[in-house]
Design a protein around this ligand. Structure first.
Ligand SMILES: [Fe+2]
Length: 275
């Protein structure tokens, strides 16, 4: 993740109640511990979702991208150790996934449901070995059941869902919010277990305020931009993966994040560019 001392200064003074990070503190050739140590210095409540780059090695990531189950399993032997190292660097900020986080904001209670960690998107459970070892989740069906169980644990009504990749069901063209832009046939690259959990929450009478995720970059392969915001059935879906996050325009460097306002009932989102 593009994160610098200037971000630390800006967010350190920002009047935000809660910061949600959608993951991938690490990149292909750099682990995320230096970013994690910086985030740990921020004064407000923070949740960091584990992305598909976090706590994994590059060979492991390649095996996952190729959907090579045997090599993914073999190369996944170090993921627990790497994730623990990332958690130590991030502490006291939690690296979240399959967890529920209650908050009291705007004189109301809400919970952040942290969905499946390390998702690479699509109809395949990525990093199955680690998810099984750490969470006892070995399939997308078990993942959906785990999320439904967490929803059942929340006595309140209002929920924000934090994920690395967004849910399926929001479009199958390359320009859709979690549509596939890396193959000519396109397709829906959302997480089906997450879509099932959102529907389950609504059927249980919960108000899902927003689903906040990333992973699928706004800038498309081959040109163009994907939708980063969709509202459906009263839920605002936000894809925060503006990559590169830092751009230079008119000689000035600007840094992107997304502001989610919530008045206790409705949510609104807007992009924010900080100079
Ligand atoms: Fe990612």
């Amino acid at each position: 993740m593009a994160w610098s001392r200037r971000d630390l200064c800006w967010f350190g003074q920002a009047d935000y109640d809660l910061l949600l990070f959608v993951g991938d503190l690490a990149s292909y050739f750099r682990d995320g511990r230096s970013v994690a140590r910086s985030l740990a210095r921020l004064p407000m409540p923070i949740l960091v979702m584990a992305g598909n780059h976090d706590g994994v090695s590059l060979p492991q990531l390649i095996a996952e991208a190729l959907c090579h189950d045997e090599w993914s399993h073999r190369l996944g032997c170090g993921q627990s150790r790497r994730c623990r190292a990332l958690e130590r660097a991030l502490a006291p900020v939690p690296l979240v996934g399959y967890s529920l986080h209650p908050f009291h904001l705007k004189q109301q209670s809400l919970a952040v449901l942290a969905a499946r960690p390390h998702s690479m998107g699509g109809p395949r459970l990525s990093f199955q070995r680690y998810l099984t070892e750490r969470f006892g989740v070995g399939s997308l069906d078990e993942s959906a059941q785990r999320l439904e169980s967490l929803i059942d644990q929340w006595d309140g009504e209002q929920l924000i869902v934090l994920a690395h990749n967004g849910p399926s069901g929001l479009g199958s063209s390359g320009t859709d919010i979690w549509g596939c832009d890396f193959r000519a046939s396109a397709g829906d690259f959302g997480d089906p277990d997450l879509a099932r959990a959102v529907t389950y929450a609504q059927n249980q009478g919960k108000q899902v305020i927003a689903v906040v995720a990333g992973h699928m970059h706004h800038t498309l392969r081959g040109g163009g931009q994907r939708s980063w915001r969709v509202e459906r059935d009263g839920v605002i879906y936000v894809n925060a993966a503006c990559v590169p996050r830092t751009v230079r325009r008119a000689g000035r460097r600007r840094r992107h994040h997304i502001l989610l306002r919530w008045d206790g009932n409705r949510a609104q989102v807007e992009p924010v560019w900080v100079e």
